[in-house]
Design a protein around this ligand. Structure first.
Ligand code: ADP
Ligand code: MG
Length: 709
């Protein structure tokens, strides 16, 4: 049996109790899992501090000295802490314990030379170290020391139960000795040679017990590459299997509707990017495989018309399509826009939202079932069980980040039985559109089951939006500017942060803002609309309509207008408390202007006091209009986990690689994985035997990206 499969409690020094802790806290079940617990960082244990050298930097230090006094301090509520006075020849400090006091008290030796190690913090003039690691100087001297001592990921619970870094270090040493470091190679020789990688064994030894900086770097590179490489292998094989196995409806015909629209009714020439993306989608639709594609395009890049043209292809092949949007406003707008674009075509298009009347609803249900309805546009209402299609061939989902995985899978489930698939159901093609661009490599890793198309070009003639950052104290100047713009016939958005529609505070901010704006922009000269999440859908639509028709000059709103809203005459976007918004949200909001021929502006209003991150966000917005660049900064500020949401980034569960920092390695890994699978799709060549074994092993453990099926 493979030694690495041994349950962790059998490791000397672990036992059932610690084994249980390791399983629960760090998900370590077997020897092999412990080997893959990589240090977060390394610290220098060859350096010693004197007490009078300490500074309040919250960093880890080691100090040689003696405990000269011990006392227990009652803290109330039956709790107490243990405080030891520790001194060297330069001064004294305190060592403190809050847990396991009884046991520790018994083990402490007075007036014996010790080495203590831990984080120091300062309280008043006294430095203290909580729950330090301690060692007798004599023992410490004989232990092997390296300038790079690993610090392992841990949890409070582990620490409190005495499984601290030192203990984990010991376990690791024990593990290496029990297994004699017999770790077999997992990567094919060709790749090892091409990238000049060190062996698996050397990598594991040096990541846990680095001999020097250079070997550590090589070990980390090798392990990061391997981790990302296996993920890519998984992704790519999975994608191949999907294309192979999951049949889609082949849309073979480019017929009357598409051709007529393309030749006679395009309101403008498509950009090259739009043409390219259409071609990519058409290729997918025409093949036998089910399309599952992410269409990324910055705000205003013209995704809607691409969606329409795909739906026309569906119609040409006698299939129905649906377009699902995250809000009623947006669904309405899509319905109006698409109806307008397609008005010369003989196509039946309808709108279904939460506020669709029962009578209309009944007609829609009927027409969907008998197949006379070609395109249905709507909100979540589309995925209700009552909604049944005769033959749904294409599902378009707009502004993907607002929908969860679950909702996508509900659409997928509206599959139709198909004669071409022996009566088994065939899922519709899925096109997911998003204006929250994420770097392509990351997209491929996070949405492994989606192919990615990118519209990386804006329609011609757009004037870049000018963005400025103003402190609240300059409000009068800003208002003056708004009045000038309104005098020129333009319209203005003023947006308040309402991160959670339920938060009373935010709502109050909005209403206060509305009142003061009403005073500063009085009737009859100015008229103001207001839009927020607590309004009835019908009222929202009415306000939106008034603004879109130019009947009001100012739209005071919450982020309900964040996505998709299109009023070309609006040329100024004022964002209040801009520091409270994330970068992608700011970019989305800014995208509401700059849609017409006029020069547009975005004004970010903030308080004087800003955190470093907020400053970076404001500077980034002022510097660039490029959604991809903004996404990169966002990624750096927040990390991928935050951006994609826990659920989606969590599945990656990376042990050592970092999708942002190690993007170059990711690129390599992807490239080599594609190359390898092209030559040997099932990894059956003898030189790939070990690779396949490791691959199957990993796939068993981590089945990733099962979003849709
Ligand atoms: P988004 O990608 O943000 O959904 P839209 O599809 O709403 O963008 O398009 C934004 C605006 O650009 C719309 O008014 C649309 O009519 C216009 N548009 C789209 N494509 C082109 C093009 N190729 N040339 C000129 N205008 C275009
Ligand atoms: Mg859009």
């Amino acid at each position: 049996m493979n030694l690495l499969e041994t349950p962790i409690e059998y490791l000397k020094g672990v036992g059932p109790q610690r084994g249980d802790l390791l399983r629960k806290e760090l998900n370590i079940h077997k020897y092999g899992d412990l080997i893959n617990l990589y240090p977060n960082r390394y610290i220098d244990r060859t350096r010693y501090f004197k007490i009078n050298q300490l500074v309040n930097s919250n960093s880890e230090v080691q100090i040689i000295g003696k405990i000269v006094h011990i006392k227990t301090v009652e803290q109330g509520k039956g709790k107490s802490r243990l405080v030891a006075t520790f001194m060297d020849d330069t001064g004294q400090m305190e060592l403190v314990w809050f847990q396991g006091i009884k046991w520790i008290k018994e083990s402490l030796k007075l007036n014996t030379v010790l080495v203590v190690f831990g984080k120091v913090t300062q309280f008043g003039s006294v430095f203290n170290m909580a729950h330090p690691e301690m060692e007798l100087l004599e023992e410490h001297k004989t232990a092997l020391r390296s300038a790079m001592q690993p610090v392992y990921p841990s949890t409070e619970k582990l620490n409190n139960k005495g499984v601290n870094n030192k203990v984990i270090n010991k376990m690791m040493m024990q593990l290496f000795s029990e297994t004699h470091a017999l770790f077999s190679e997992t990567l094919p020789t060709s790749i090892i040679e091409e990238l000049k990688l060190i062996s698996k064994k050397d990598a594991l030894i040096n990541v846990h017990f680095p001999k020097n900086q250079e070997l550590l770097a090589k070990a980390q590179f090798r392990l990061k590459f391997e981790e990302l490489f296996f993920i890519q292998l998984q992704l790519i094989t999975k994608n191949l299997i999907r294309k192979h196995k999951i049949k889609g409806f082949p849309f073979e015909i480019i017929g009357e509707n598409f051709t007529n629209f393309y030749n006679n009714h395009l309101p403008f020439e498509l950009t090259n990017a739009q043409k390219r993306v259409l071609k990519e989608i058409r290729n997918d639709l025409g093949s036998n495989a089910q399309m599952n594609r992410l269409l990324q395009g910055d705000v205003g890049s013209g995704k809607t018309i691409v969606a329409l043209m795909c739906m026309l292809i569906a119609k040409d092949n006698d299939f129905q399509s649906c377009l699902m949007a995250p809000t009623e406003i947006l669904a309405n707008q899509h319905f109006n826009g698409i109806s307008e674009l397609a008005k010369e075509l003989n196509i039946n298009i309808r709108l279904l939202t939460g506020s669709t009347k029962t009578a209309e609803r009944r007609i829609i249900h009927e027409e969907l079932e008998n197949g006379t309805l070609d395109i249905i546009i709507g909100t979540h209402a589309l995925i209700e069980d009552k909604v049944q299609f005769k033959n749904l061939g294409l599902a378009v989902i707009d502004e993907q980040h607002r929908f969860g995985v679950e909702q996508r899978s509900k659409l997928w489930a509206k599959a139709s039985p198909s004669p071409s698939n022996d009566g088994a159901s065939v899922p519709p093609h899925v096109l997911v559109m998003t204006a929250t661009p994420i770097p392509r490599t990351l997209a491929m890793s996070l949405y492994g089951d989606l192919d990615v198309s990118v519209i990386d070009e804006l329609p011609p003639g757009r004037k870049p939006i000018q963005t400025v950052h103003r402190f609240d104290s300059k409000r009068l100047m800003v208002w003056k500017f708004l009045k000038d713009e309104i005098a020129k016939g333009r319209q203005v958005y003023i947006v308040y942060p309402l991160i959670q529609e339920s938060e009373k505070m935010d709502y109050k901010d909005l209403m206060d803002g509305y009142e003061s704006i009403s005073r500063d922009f009085p009737l009859p000269q100015y008229s103001i609309s207001i839009l927020h999440g607590k309004m009835k859908p019908a009222d929202k639509d009415e306000e939106m309509k008034r603004f879109a028709e130019g009947k009001t000059n100012i739209m005071v709103a919450t982020t309900v207008i964040e996505v998709g809203v299109n009023v070309p005459n609006a040329s100024v976007m004022v964002i209040e408390s801009a520091e409270r918004f994330g970068l992608s949200q700011l970019h989305q909001l800014r995208g509401r202007v700059g849609r017409g021929a006029e020069q547009s502006y975005c004004i970010l209003m903030t308080d004087y006091k800003l955190s470093e991150d907020s400053k970076t966000r404001m500077e980034t917005m002022v510097r660039t209009n490029d959604g991809f660049e903004i996404a990169e900064v966002d990624l750096k500020l927040r990390g991928p986990g935050d951006i994609m949401g826990k659920q989606q980034s969590g599945v990656l569960n990376l042990q050592i690689a970092d999708l942002v920092k190690d993007r170059d390695i990711l690129q390599h890994a992807r490239h080599l994985a594609i190359k390898l699978l092209k030559e040997d799709p099932s990894m059956d060549k003898p030189e790939h035997a070990k690779l396949k074994e490791a691959f199957l092993e990993i796939s068993k453990k981590k089945s990733i990206w099962n979003y849709i099926s």
